[in-house]
Design a protein around this ligand. Structure first.
Ligand SMILES: Nc1ncnc2c1ncn2[C@@H]1O[C@H](COP(=O)(O)OP(=O)(O)OP(=O)(O)O)[C@@H](O)[C@H]1O
Ligand SMILES: [Mg+2]
Length: 641
């Protein structure tokens, strides 16, 4: 296989040769003349990178679920973020808006972008995404410059106006002291001869990417930010010689690109001032007595809300706050998206266990319930479903609650609650409790969550609320799901039976509403609408007596409107009827499934039915290793005698 290695290496080297560029400053000027874009500043570079993969608009007309969430707002999706981030369209839009304004060299380009949100809401991941995106992108810098400075800085002040006009680009900023010294000593100020080259952004090599971790408050050495003077060289050179400078601070490294401040408000104010000066003035102090250094970097800071509130409450910090663009990164509040988060994390990990259907969903429901603010419009489980774009049926009607209004009355929603990491730990714990089967299911995950909540030091009332979600709300929710799953496994060709019930009901209801007779689909007989058949379905969702008339009319009105739009109609189209039909099917097998599942011993016929159900469950995605456990749980908790 060595030849393969050889080819790969050669190809790589050839590719690099082609993509790297080396030349003199004079050559560079020609390049700029041909392509002004190469002189763009950091914010613009990041904005272009984000936009380079394109955007698309969510088609709300195509997707009724989303339409309920956004009403008529247009929702733009940025492909750059779309694959890794879920349910944060609003945050991402704000983020991109910042980069857009900053790319126009407006005030935003002189402000810090600050992400605030609860733990595990994705702040670090967002910044990582931007940093990783930069890797592989190249930019032109002065060869050998410790800060990869923009070559245009070589142009002497008195010539800049003219050059700027000739090149058609603004020229701002100055050489760092080290390069300025070299220009004088090494090149005798023949600036056009200075070598220029392309560099690639690199996180590991700290090229164009700087990171400032929260620093020990007792040891706030500014060298982390701006570098230092190399003591070993102090003897070699005279005082004031820039060759002693070690420009390796995060703000030096991040020149041309990005500097990330992690848990920014854990730092002393002095640090923050350096950060602010770097963005506001685009200047940082050089270590020792070497004046100021120009920097062009996009500063992104993040922290949690508690730290931010503490910082805000101190009015001496006003000046800093005025120079910050805040973007909230709340938790996702949509069930479907929350499930995607864990699937993504699981995909990226070494987690190989089988996951039973609805496991991640139940865990995600818990996360979202914990984040919801109560409302007097509905209970929390209903709110969760509405946020998920679902229709919630009550007394035969879909609840008419406006999701956007719900969101508006809970401005701070998503800034509190259970974090993504907590849920991931619960999934891990559920697995280690069940190593042999190498499988997790809703029951074990809920158990693990209960255990973790009990052990965690939440405030007493929070703990109580969380346990109630787990032991009451989600317990009931899961049992409902489970019964439906078992019914599906039990009823031979569930889908077809549901459809045929649906069609029958429509036939009868239409005849009833229009006061006509109708032809039976199978026999062709002319029939009167069958009241008792319709009632047997309606009573499943508590529609009885005079309410039936209204319900039938609504169903038919719905049916006609769908037909007019020439859309396809299935038993799932009209939520109240769907629920009624599913419940009817459930009721029709409830007795058998109860007896068979609960039986300690089964006769031949029962065994056959039981085995067929197990088989069907497995076909529906249940890992064989946990079907038994789940059915036992059903036997003990569903169909209480
Ligand atoms: N909305 C989301 N979409 C996709 N992934 C998410 C989302 N929210 C959180 N995650 C994932 O959750 C994990 C934790 O996120 P991350 O470390 O970025 O959080 P953080 O906000 O920086 O937390 P902390 O304040 O504790 O540093 C990551 O794997 C991240 O990708
Ligand atoms: Mg983080």
């Amino acid at each position: 296989m060595t030849t393969d290695f050889r080819t790969l290496i050669d190809q790589d080297r050839e590719h690099r040769k082609q993509t790297t560029w080396r030349g003199t400053m004079l050559d560079y000027l020609e390049l700029v003349r041909g392509n002004r874009d190469i002189t763009k500043l950091s914010h613009k570079r990041i904005y272009d990178m984000i936009m380079s993969t394109g955007t698309r608009e969510l088609d709300l007309e195509e997707n009724p679920k989303l339409k309920r969430l956004y009403k008529s707002d247009k929702v733009k999706i940025f492909n750059f973020f779309a694959e890794d981030f879920y349910g944060m369209e609003k945050t991402i839009t704000q983020l991109v808006r910042y980069f857009h304004s900053a790319s126009l060299r407006g005030e935003e380009s002189r402000q810090v972008l600050f992400l605030v949100g609860p733990v595990g809401s994705g702040k670090s991941s967002l910044v990582d995404k931007v940093k990783k995106g930069l890797e592989g992108i190249s930019f032109y810098g002065i060869e050998g410059c410790p800060m990869f400075g923009e070559p245009l800085h070589l142009i002497p002040r008195h010539l800049r106006k003219e050059f700027s006009k000739m090149l058609g680009v603004p020229i701002e900023g100055d050489l760092c002291p080290v390069t300025r010294h070299r220009l004088k000593e090494e090149f005798q100020n023949r600036w056009e001869e200075v070598p220029i080259r392309t560099y690639e952004f690199s996180i590991r090599a700290r090229r164009g990417v700087g990171v400032v971790p929260p620093v020990d408050p007792n040891n706030q050495d500014t060298s982390v930010l701006i570098g230092s003077e190399d003591i070993s060289k102090l003897d070699l050179y005279s005082e004031g010689d820039p060759r002693v400078l070690d420009l390796t601070g995060a703000l030096n490294a991040g020149n041309r690109g990005i500097v990330e401040f992690i848990e920014v408000f854990k730092n002393e104010t002095e640090y923050l001032h350096a950060m602010i000066t770097a963005t506001q003035e685009k200047m940082i102090p050089a270590p020792g007595r070497h004046g100021m250094i120009y920097v062009d970097t996009c500063i992104i800071a993040h922290s949690n809300e508690a730290e931010w509130k503490r910082f805000k409450s101190d009015h001496t910090n006003e000046a800093i706050m005025d120079r910050i663009v805040t973007v909230k990164v709340p938790y996702n509040m949509r069930l479907l998206e929350e499930v995607k988060i864990y699937k993504k994390i699981i995909r990226q990990s070494h987690f190989t266990a089988d996951v039973a259907p609805h496991t991640i969903e139940i865990a995600s429901m818990f996360a979202i319930l914990s984040r919801l603010e109560p409302t007097n419009k509905c209970d929390l489980m209903t709110k969760l479903k509405l946020y998920n774009g679902e229709e919630v049926v009550e007394k035969g009607r879909t609840k008419k609650i406006d999701v956007v209004e719900l969101q508006e009355e809970a401005k701070n929603e998503g800034m509190n609650g259970i974090s993504t990491r907590f849920i991931m730990k619960a999934l891990d714990n559920a697995l280690s409790d069940n190593m042999d089967a190498n499988c997790i299911h809703p029951i074990s995950v809920r158990e693990a969550l209960v255990q973790m909540v009990k052990e965690h030091d939440f405030a007493e009332d929070t703990k109580k609320r969380y346990l109630e979600f787990l032991q009451d709300t989600l317990h009931k929710e899961y049992l409902e799901v489970l019964e439906k799953e078992i019914t599906k496994a039990f009823v031979y060709s569930y889908q077809e039976q549901a459809e045929s019930l649906f069609q029958n009901y429509l036939d009868h209801a239409e005849a009833y509403v229009t006061k006509r007779r109708f032809k039976d689909r199978n026999t062709g007989e002319d029939l009167e609408p069958d009241e008792s058949f319709m009632r047997s379905i309606e009573e499943q969702i508590a529609i009885i007596g005079t309410a039936a008339d209204g319900f039938r009319q609504e169903v038919i009105a719905y049916l006609w409107s769908v037909t007019r739009r020439e859309e396809k109609i299935t038993y799932e189209s009209y939520e109240p009827l769907k629920e009624a039909i599913e419940k009817k099917l459930m009721a029709s097998v409830r007795d058998v499934s109860r007896i068979i599942t609960k039986a300690r011993t089964r006769d031949d016929d029962q065994s056959k039915k039981y085995d067929r159900m197990v088989e069907q469950l497995i076909r529906n995605g249940y890992p064989a290793s946990c079907v038994d456990t789940i059915l036992k749980y059903a036997a003990n908790n569903l169909w209480k005698d």
